[in-house]
Design a protein around this ligand. Structure first.
Ligand SMILES: [Zn+2]
Length: 293
């Protein structure tokens, strides 16, 4: 028992150390973004977007959750047979998550976008960092080549190969979103990749997998799961070195039955509730472990 508690204390110290390391890595990037006057605005619950503050966020018990509705603007995301556009569906689900999570006393929620506009993938990660987010959750409802593909999946970052052919297909497809925005955004992503330290990221991926499992567990009773565990793939939007990040594919919009579901407010609320419970349970587990050290 004593050894276990020592190990936990070490892990906790390691996390603190790594958080500091991640901040050190990221601060030059924050300065760069400021110099370029990148217009980074996010929704903070009111209709007025908040300007980015470069000050360190206050560290108290309140957790900041950054919800990222996929696609937007000139990038509609995947399309359903009935004409549904992924970008609108995921924005609605994200708003639903925000509404439910904001009732939690110790959680603050922001969205990377709360209107129909395009944000490059690298900038979504950057928004999360500049706001000092404790957790990043990207929400999607993608398509596949076969209309038979169905069910929800949860993804975390992989530095190595994708965990399945589907994971590889999904990450390639999502990462091509920046092609819409032109070549300039790709260079930014390369820059971000350069500053990733494996050491920090390994810890973050570990936490992302724990978060993913909490979300999978909550989706299981309410919707079919395409894969039973958190999958791993090289999604650009999950490449934060220090913020646990997962991407939830809520359903396949190319499956006629799931497109019908995605169009209903009932299903959107149901899947949003599962995401919310997953997030709350993840923080609860984190706090329980912290108390033991
Ligand atoms: Zn998508």
């Amino acid at each position: 028992m004593k050894n276990i508690s020592l190990l936990k204390r070490l892990v906790h110290r390691r996390q603190l150390l790594l958080s500091g390391l991640a901040l050190a890595i990221l601060s030059p990037r924050a300065t760069l973004a400021h110099e370029e006057q990148v217009d980074l605005k996010v929704s903070s619950g009111s209709n007025k977007p908040k300007a980015i503050s470069h000050d360190a966020p206050p560290r108290n018990k309140t957790r900041l959750v950054m919800i990222d509705p996929g696609h937007g603007g000139i990038d509609p995301g995947a399309l359903g047979e009935e004409g549904s556009e992924e970008k609108h569906i995921v924005l609605d689900i994200a708003n639903n998550v925000r509404q439910q999570l904001s009732e939690h006393p110790h959680i603050e929620v922001r969205l990377t976008r709360d209107s129909d506009h395009f944000i490059p993938l690298y900038q979504r990660v950057e928004i999360a960092h500049q706001h000092g987010a404790d957790l990043f959750m990207s929400i999607h409802a993608d398509g596949y080549t076969s209309p038979d593909a169905h069910g929800a999946s949860v993804f975390a970052l992989s530095n190595r190969g994708a965990s399945s052919a589907m994971a590889r297909y999904m990450s390639n497809k999502e990462n091509s979103a920046d092609d819409v925005g032109g070549a300039a955004v790709k260079d930014k992503d390369n820059y971000l990749q350069q500053v990733l330290f494996d050491l920090v990221q390994t810890d973050t991926i570990k936490n992302s997998l724990i978060l993913g499992e909490h979300v999978v567990k909550q989706i299981r009773p309410v919707h079919h799961l395409h894969s039973q565990n958190t999958e791993q793939a090289a999604f650009a939007v999950l490449k934060s070195p220090s913020i646990p990040s997962v991407l939830v594919e809520t359903s396949f919009i190319t499956n006629p039955e799931e497109e019908r579901l995605l169009r209903t407010p009932e299903f959107r609320t149901k899947i949003a509730s599962a995401i919310v419970s997953g997030i709350v349970n993840y923080f609860d587990e984190y706090d329980r472990n912290a108390r033991r050290v």
